[in-house]
Each structure stands twice: as C-alpha cells, then as structure tokens.
Design a protein around this ligand. Structure first.
Ligand code: SF4
Ligand code: MG
Length: 456
C-alpha cells in the first residue's frame, strides 16, 4: 500500500494535493484509493475500489474539497490477503469523544488478531476485517490521553512491519514500526506545508522537497507549531529489501539508498556471481530494467529491448487471481525482433510463483531466441511476507517447494540463477535489511501459529 499526508498552515487545496500524491504512489496499490480532508471543523472522507483516477473523478474530488483545508491523508490499497472488499478501503475513520480520527496504513500488524480478540472481550466493536482497524481502535479508546501519547501506546502494543499516517481535525501524525520495515518520508513545501509519504515521488508531486526519512520507531506529529518528533521504540533497523528490489519507484530514495542505483548494483553483482556467455541482456520491463542495466554494464554484453511492454497495462502481479495474472501477461508483454537468433540473458527482479516467468521464456523462444538464460536480482523467495508485501502464501511460492534446477525446468530456461543473499545486502547497502522472505528470519515477529496456518 501507499500512504500520504499533508498539513498546511496556509490555505491550500489539500484534496488536490492528496490526489497528486496518491497518483504518484499508484504503483503501491491499485485496488482501492481514498482520502480524508479537514479544515479544523468539517471532516470529509471518500474512498472506493479502483485506481486513483477512477475513484476521484472531478465530482468526487470536489465533494471532499475544503477551501480552508488544513490537514489531509490518503491511501492506495493493495490487499494482502485477497479481501478485495469495499469496506476495507482506507483511510479508516472513527469517532472519539475528542473528535474524529482518520488512519491510513501500509504493512501488517502480526499480533492484530490477538489484540483484537482481547479488545472484543473488553467490549470493543469492529466494522472491518482489517488489521488497521485494531490500531485505530487502540488509539481511539485512549482518547483521554493526547493523540501523540495514545498513538505511542498503541505502537507499543502492536508488532509487525508498518508505516501509518493519522489525522485529527487539527493534527497530522506519521509513524514507522521499531524496525522501520515499511518506508515513510518527510517533505516540506516552500510555503511551509509538511508532507508525509511512502516514497519521495509523492513529495515531489506536490512541490515538496525531501527532508528526511521517518526513523524506525519514530512518531512525528505536525500541528500549527510545526513538526515534533518522539522516539517511541527503536530497534535494529531492518527496512524491507523488496522496496529496493521491486516495490518502490525507480526515482525513489529510501533510508538514504537510491532505488535505481541499488538495482543497477544488484545487476552488477548478479553478473559477477552468475556469469554466462550470451549475445544480449534483456530486461523484463519494467521491474527488471535496473538490474539488466547493471548486468550488461558489468558483463560487457549489450543491453537490448527484447520485450515490448504495453504502457497501458498495469502491474501484473497485483492482479488478485491467477487467471487474471496470466491474461494480463499476454496483454502486457510481447517480444521484439531483438531476440531473433540470439542467446538471451533475461533479467527480472524476482520469481514468486514462476508462472509469469514461464510465459515470458516461452514468448522469447517463440520469437526465435536460441538460448534463454534467466537471471534474477533477488534470492529465491521461500517464505511468505507478514509485513505487507503480497509475495503470496507459502505453498504458492515456487521456491519454497522446488530447487533452482527444478524451477529452471518449470519455467523452461536453459540456465537459471539468483543473486545470493549476501550479494543482495551488499548491493543495497544501508543499515540493515529485512530479508525474511529469502531466509525465514523475521525481524519484527510472526503471527501466532494458527494465523500462520491461515496465511500459509
Ligand atoms: Fe520485505 Fe520480504 Fe521482509 Fe516482507 S519478508 S518485509 S517482502 S524483505
Ligand atoms: Mg515484473
């Protein structure tokens, strides 16, 4: 998912700015979009299933516009457990005796079901099946405290990988889990307005510059007195390596590491580790482009566009069913003449289920490639993600049940090789990394066993 928030002391069209921010974050979720806007008095919410441009046509955007808007948050959703339901769209809102609150959440709370069960026993009510609502209810029921204290208390109660923005009528909060698994950045416009977003591209979209990342375990709050920071609980930082491998936009910079450059380094590392003789290096667009550039640069084998991507097709992985994903590959990719009679090194960022990869290898062979050597800029994904990236349930992960040679045969490649986990760490650099989906070593905890069964 993607989150966005803006606080402006000057009158600004915050509904429009939130729309622009969400549009820049569209790659992080295409199932639903929504926003809340307040001017200190009124509090508007609109959300629905669909892309940002579909949910917010002119009429709908007008309906949340406030001439003296002070604070706004927004969300783009991609559901991680297949519950593509309208009432799970965000932001979520709730009323407390101190007023209305809105929450937009990226990630997952691993102990949400336990905390939810405890709260139900204490008489709490839940309207959705969404773990985000547990966070919102925890904050709301501590409304005798001030909002920052209440949120800090809720952060201590819930574990997992998350980044959230929260608003009242007069305040904007942003917070990141103690390990900083999910990203959140702070920006500022020249008129002083503060912006929070999952990635810097959403800051630039509203004319803000990047100030810094929210730190792991940090809670920032913005009100008429400016920006305040509270360190709630910091642990060893382990931001999600998948943000750099695949998820974040290539113009992003997260925790000081540029995504495009890191992808090039992954490709270079891959070329050093898993060299093979061939005529051209072809990326699977768009997610394999950075690594393919790096592979070509390091190996000296020319980079070429062997696959045309229809720019009107969305990201295939995020389509919720297998049939939808397979159809979308055909709608999205077709081979170019560059591969005819060539030995091709095909570079992609990841193999999750293996179905897309098999289709692509097939496309290249049909187009006359004489050899297809598949190179992957992430290690084999053997474990599910419990922190908000939909790398599929464990039994669907091809690498959790198949060896590299078996996967090679399944996808029909001549050779198949993945970057090593150490090589990946080196390529990204930075403080520390979550790589649980490659290792099974979950830095921010796992759900209780019965939940794991459900998810796996
Ligand atoms: Fe990212 Fe994988 Fe960790 Fe999930 S398990 S947060 S996808 S590195
Ligand atoms: Mg891809």
């Amino acid at each position: 998912c993607g989150v966005f928030g803006i606080y402006s002391a000057q009158p600004n069209d915050l509904a429009w700015m939130t729309y622009l921010g969400l549009f820049a974050l569209q790659h992080r979720g295409q199932e639903a979009a929504g926003m809340c806007v307040s001017d200190g008095d009124k509090f508007h919410v609109e959300k629905d299933l669909g892309l940002v441009t579909q949910v917010f046509d002119e009429r709908r955007l007008d309906s949340v516009r406030l001439p003296n808007a002070r604070v706004s948050i927004g969300h783009v959703r991609y559901s991680t457990t297949g519950s593509n339901l309208r009432f799970n769209a965000q932001p979520l809102t709730t009323r407390t005796n101190k007023g209305i609150l809105g929450l937009a959440h990226n990630g997952n709370f691993v102990n949400a079901l336990e905390v939810r069960a405890e709260m139900l026993q204490e008489g709490a009510l839940f309207a959705t099946t969404n773990d985000s609502e547990v966070m919102l209810n925890l904050i709301a029921r501590e409304s005798h405290m001030d909002l920052v204290e209440a949120t800090a208390a809720a952060m201590k109660r819930l574990r997992g990988g998350y980044a959230c923005v929260l608003m009242s009528r007069t305040q904007l909060l942003g917070f990141r889990d103690p390990h900083g698994v999910r990203p959140l950045v702070i920006g500022q416009r020249e008129d002083g307005a503060y912006v929070l977003a999952s990635e810097p591209c959403a800051l630039y979209a509203v004319g803000a510059r990047l100030i810094r990342d929210v730190q792991p375990g940090e809670l920032v709050s913005i009100d008429r007195d400016g920006l305040h920071s509270l360190m709630v609980e910091a642990r060893q930082p382990t931001p999600c390596s998948f943000e750099w491998i695949y998820f974040a936009r290539s113009d992003s910079r997260l925790d000081g590491v540029d995504t495009h450059e890191s992808r090039i380094r992954m490709g270079q590392q891959l070329a050093r580790e898993k060299a093979v003789d061939a005529d051209i290096v072809v990326p699977v667009p768009d997610s394999g482009i950075g690594a393919a550039i790096g592979y070509a640069r390091e190996s000296g084998i020319p980079f070429d566009y062997g696959l045309y991507k229809n720019p009107y097709a969305g990201r295939t992985f995020i389509a919720p069913t297998q049939e939808a994903r397979e159809l979308k590959v055909k709608m999205k990719l077709s081979p170019t003449s560059a591969v005819r009679g060539k030995r091709v090194i095909l570079v992609d960022d990841s193999i999750v289920r293996g179905t897309t990869s098999r289709q692509i290898v097939n496309l290249l062979r049909e187009a006359g490639a004489t050899e297809v050597h598949f190179r992957v800029s992430s290690p084999p994904i053997t474990h599910p993600c419990f922190y908000g990236i939909d790398t599929a349930a464990r039994k669907e992960l091809v690498a959790s049940t198949h060896s590299v040679d078996e996967i090679r045969d399944l996808i029909g490649a001549d050779t198949l090789a993945f970057i090593s986990e150490g090589g990946l760490r080196e390529a990204i650099g930075g403080p520390g990394l979550c790589s649980a989906c490659f290792t099974g070593d979950y830095p921010a905890g796992t759900p209780l066993l019965n939940d794991v069964d459900k998810l796996a």
